[in-house]
Every structure is written in C-alpha cells, then in structure tokens.
Design a protein around this ligand. Structure first.
Ligand code: NDP
Length: 399
C-alpha cells in the first residue's frame, strides 16, 4: 500500500498512470502533477478510480518540495522531460522520498545526455537511505534488464550486444515523432557513438544501416546505428563487452523530412531572433508537429524491441536474442495510447512496483542492470509486455 506522485502528463505519463491505477494493491493512492493541470485532469478522467491532480513547475525545486510535502508520497515517478531530472532528484532528497525516471539528465542548452550528473548523486541518496532508479522505460529500461537476464541465465561471459529497436507502426502523417519531438530529434541527429574495445567510437549520425527481419511476422526494416544512453551504463556494468551497439528503424519519409528540416535549421537548439523575439527552432517545430499523445488512435502495426547478445558458455560461442513485440492498436484499446508510450510506461510502473514491494529497494542511485532481472521479467509478462527468447537466431547482423 503506497502513495506515488507522477510528474508529467504527456504520452508516457498517460500509460504509467493507467497501469498504476490498475494495481490498487500496490499503488493505493496516486497523485498526478504537471505544468498544465488540465492535461492531468484529462488523464484522470480516463481512469476507473479517482486520483488527485496538481499543478507544478518541475524546474523549480521549492515548488516541487511544497508539492511533495503536501501529498507525502513514498515515491516520485518522473515522466516529465530529461531537463527536470536533477531538480526532481534534489526535491526528493530534501523531502526524503524515493525517485524513478525513464531518461537520463540532459542540459537544455547542450544536446548531450550522460549519466555523470545523476551518478554524482550516489552518496547523497545512499546517506539519505533513499533509492533513485534511473532509466526505467523500454530503452533504456527493459533493454538493460534483457541484457542482465541473458547474461545471468545463458552465458558465463558476454562479448557483444546489439540492441535493436524497430517501430513498424504507421500513423499516416508524413512526419511525426512517437515521443516528445524535441527530445526525439535531439537524440536522432546526435553524432553516433558505439562501444568497441574499451572506448566509445564516434561516427556521423545515421551513417551505418542494415536490413533487419523481425520475428513473428513484424516485417523487414532498415535499422540505423545511433547512440543511446543505455550503452553508457551497460558497458560500465558489463566490462567483458567488447562491442555494444544500438540500432533503430526509420522510414525513408521520416529521414527525408529530418534531413530537410536539419538543412534549413529547423532542428537547431540555439535561440534565433524572429520579429524581435527569441525563439528556439526545435521548440517552434515541436509546436507545429502532431502531439505524440494524439497518435494513439491512428497508429497501426507493431514494435519489436530486443537485445542480441553473443558470448561464451562452457567455453563455446553462442548467440541469444530476447525481444518483445507490442501492437499499437491493442495498446490503444487498453490505455488510449500508442505502443511507444506503452512500452515506456509499463516498465516505469514495474520499476516502481519493484521498489515499493522491496524487491529492488536499496539506497543509492542505480541503473536497471544492477538489479535482479528475474522479478522484473516476470512482471513484463504479467502486465502487457510479454517477451520471448531465441537461442541461435537465424539472422546475421553486421559484425
Ligand atoms: P511529452 O512531451 O508527451 O510529455 C512531457 C510532459 O512533461 C508534458 O506533460 C509536459 O507538460 C511535462 N513537463 C515538461 N516540462 C515540465 C516542467 N518544467 N514542469 C512540469 N511538467 C513539465 O513526453 P513523453 O511522455 O513522450 O516522454 C516523457 C519522458 O519519457 C521523456 O523524458 C522521454 O525522454 C522519456 N521516454 C523514455 C523512453 C524509454 O524507453 N526509456 C521512450 C520514450 C520517452 P506540458 O504538457 O505542459 O508541456
């Protein structure tokens, strides 16, 4: 029986709130707060049990502290934007409340996400007897747990990791992003980095692609190598990894639009002066694009996200693939959201459940792969994201 405070009221928040509301035996009370309270109320109106809502500016620590002291939650689930991670962690420390998020901190004026800022809170959380669980979405999140699960049950030592994120969904728009457009475009246009022989190697964004055929008839897609935040923590926590890469599928239309928008400066994060006002191009672009939370009813198709690990077992080389397939329309029927928000929101709820049930609770700042994967994997099956294992899959990835 615990009280949670969920901060942020976008696409992911809608799913987390629905999923927590479905489990009153764990999440006995729910408060949903965000910058725009009307969005919290709209989510609350979809639920079949009452929750409280509130307004908060999560960039402002005193406001957050006042909100937390008013509602006295056991845990804060941060599904606002990565820019708010540190202010919410500060407020949790000041009020003595546990913390969970789905994306690592990124300063608003530099498109570079790294764990160093949040890892720097390790001692403070430990000394306060509080836990902060970082990156409890799908990727990062379930992909970290998949990797740990494979390493624990199938290998003596793991050597290569390929995380493959395919979205075979179609929303019918020529260009739209499936989660916050600003965060999505900053991530996709960033220089690619992958782990090779003890260091990160940089290559131009989207410069390496291959074709990947998903299992279970999801289809064949072009996947592009890019940097993704879980590579940083996974290569730190699995030092036997010689190579680790992240791949994501993109359609030709998405890439063409992104190229043109980039060429004309619409994806820039530096403010420009327009008719006497300072505007940030990517923020203006966000205002023009469809709200990701509105894509739910239109999106058809499936996602397929998983991890391919190679390594040694009893002296022999082997390959293991663990993946989940998620259907956009089925998600919409259950929680009024498309599968990208669903695949993020369900692991956020499960991470919170692991903490509140004491299965993962320990003071300090932790990444998902540092926890026992087994109870989390059981709950993925139970709460909407079933997974499968293929030993020796018949596809060949680029070496
Ligand atoms: P949205 O843009 O849909 O929602 C963000 C919400 O945060 C909005 O309701 C917004 O308020 C609110 N917010 C923003 N700034 C503040 C602030 N200063 N104070 C209070 N509330 C604020 O994003 P998504 O739901 O798509 O994504 C949420 C998070 O999930 C992001 O951090 C994203 O990176 C992460 N994510 C993680 C994934 C994973 O697999 N690990 C995958 C996808 C997303 P308003 O409505 O007023 O704008």
């Amino acid at each position: 029986m615990s009280k949670v405070l969920i901060i942020g009221a976008g696409g992911v928040s809608g799913v987390v709130t629905h999923k927590c509301a479905q489990l009153p035996e764990v999440f006995s009370e729910i408060v949903l707060a965000s910058r725009t309270e009307a969005k919290c109320k709209a989510i609350a109106a979809q639920l079949d049990r009452p929750i409280e809502t509130a307004q908060v500016d999560a960039d402002n620590v005193p406001e957050l502290v006042a909100l937390i002291n008013r509602f006295k939650p056991d845990l804060v689930i941060n599904v606002a934007l990565p820019y708010q991670d540190l202010t919410i962690m500060d407020a949790c420390l000041e009020t003595g409340v546990h913390y969970l998020d789905t994306a690592n901190y990124e300063p608003e004026d530099t498109a570079k996400f790294e764990y160093k800022w949040q890892w720097a809170y390790q001692e403070k959380f430990k000394q306060a007897g509080l836990m902060a669980l970082l990156g409890s979405g799908f990727d990062p999140g379930a992909t970290n747990v998949f990797t740990t699960y494979i390493a624990k049950h199938y290998f003596d030592e793991i050597h290569t990791l390929d995380i493959i994120d395919v979205n075979g969904g179609d929303h019918g728009y020529p260009f739209a992003t499936n989660f916050n457009p600003e965060i999505n475009i900053r991530e996709v246009t960033a220089e690619c980095r992958h782990w090779e022989n003890g260091e990160f190697v940089a290559t131009p964004a989207m410069s390496l692609k291959q074709s990947f055929t998903c299992p279970d008839g999801v289809g064949t897609y072009n996947i592009y190598r890019m940097y993704h935040e879980e590579l940083e923590s996974l290569t730190k926590h699995f030092p036997t990894l010689k190579k680790a890469q992240f791949w994501m599928s993109f359609g030709d239309s998405y890439l063409k639009h992104l190229e043109v928008l980039g060429n004309v400066g619409m994806t820039g994060i530096e403010p420009v002066e327009f008719q006497g006002q300072q505007i940030v191009p990517i923020q203006f672009l966000k205002a023009l694009l469809p709200d990701p939370a509105s894509l739910g009813p239109r999106t058809k198709g499936k996602t397929c996200i998983g991890c391919v690990v190679k390594g040694l077992k009893d002296g022999k080389e082997k390959t293991v693939y663990v993946y989940n397939v998620c259907d956009h329309q089925a998600c919409y029927q259950e929680v009024k959201s498309q599968a990208i928000s669903y695949t993020t929101g369900v692991p956020a709820m499960i991470g919170a459940k692991m903490m509140l049930e004491g299965k993962w609770m320990q003071p300090g700042v932790w990444n998902m792969e540092q926890m026992d994967p087994d109870p989390f994997m059981e709950d993925l099956n139970r709460y909407g994201l079933p997974w499968k294992v293929i030993e020796e899959p018949d596809f060949d990835l680029l070496p």
